[in-house]
Write a protein that binds this ligand. Sequence first.
Ligand code: EPZ
Length: 437
Amino acid sequence: MEKLVVHGGSPLEGPLTVSGSKNTALPLMAATLLAEGPSTITNVPDLRDVRTFSKVIEVSGPSVDFDSAANTLSVDATTLETPVAPYELVKKMRASFYMLGALLGRCGEAKVSLPGGCAWGPRPVDLHIEGMKAFGADIELDEGYVYASTPPGGLDGGTFRLDPVSVGATINLLLAAVTARGGSKIENAATEPDVVAFGRALQEMGAQIDGLGTRTLEIQGVDQLNTGTFRNTPDRIELGTFILMAATAADPGTPVDIHEGTHEHLGPVFKERLAETGVDVSYDQHTVTVTRPGTLRPVSIETAPFPGFATDLQAQWTVLLGTTDGTATVTDTIYDDRFKHVPELQRLGMEIEVDGNTATVHGGAPLKGAKVMSTDLRAGVSLVMAGMIAEGPTDVLRVYHLDRGYENLEGKLRDAGISIHREEYDEFAEPDLETAS
Ligand code: EPZ
């Protein structure tokens, strides 16, 4: 098992560079299965989730070649003879469930494991399943698997309203609908930049989709899709994470540059809330420059589907609030209990109370390093962030969570002035009670 050891006290100086998006790369990989032949995706980050999904795809037949040094991933989907996504892989990464739409869209049948829960709750897939039924699929659930098939000739198409808005269900339903025999409509669809970029790639492959970026998507099925080369978008959550790290751990008055992000993908609400704290941010085409003021104002946030404040940035915002001179709240309206990072932040000295889906943060408490546990990738990165401003060393355990979604995080932060390194540790070693007492 590996951990990251962060020594607080050295300011984040930058510059930092944003890698390709995890949450756009994964649906783009699924989209390549819809065309019979080789497709290529560039700007793909070297992440555990990309490697896991590559294995899922290869189980079904296509070959995947990932040149991680060049961040280029190729999928040859000429043949796809095993429309199956097994539990052993799907349980490792929920987005493997995109195989349901890809396999139905490509070969009219699918056996896909249900994803199971995650660190912060059940995370159901009922919208994915009900939507596929509305489009004409025959769905059976048996022994933890979804068995799906289309009528001969493919899905008829249909209309389905998502409630609540769902990124994954929007993506899965698009994967199935683009090669349906008829037309389909997705109401209350997700408008995240990940979804829009994925939809545009499908259009480049020949799909007929209207309304990308709006809540209503209208799809006219086509007989076949063409292979292609697609450029993945920059990771908007990594960009937001780096901005909040600079706002939290940079020297006041010293600008920090963050390159290669697409700032429009942060959404207007994130930018508004950040400006309200008093952090000075300039947004250029290729660089976001962040300058932390002497003191930050406490600003409450509430997550919402894009263009609202991203739930994937609420843990990082919580750490920022710890450095302000007052009290503010973080409410997650998308997930009920995505606060597993709070007890770990409390171990570092943060003063936070959680009541339902709201965390109340009292800023100004000094932080002292400690051993803390990652529970998911965004919780894990919030612990690294807190460690950057804590006195002494912070050991962030179970760093495999961060490796799912942050490419070379410790290398990027070390080059930007942070004292951080990776170490092996034995999670099951007998505790050394001498030093512990
Ligand atoms: C995507 O997950 C992201 N993952 C998540 O990022 C992100 O937190 C989430 O969208 C919300 O923005 C990827 O893109 C790979 P949803 P997804 O379906 O698609 C409920 C990260 O850190 N729901 O938009 O699984 C669900 O419980 C990850 O990179 C149903 O009720 O999220 C939630 O409350 C973590 N039934 C809400 O919808 C369903 O069938 C939004 O979930 C599906 C979802």
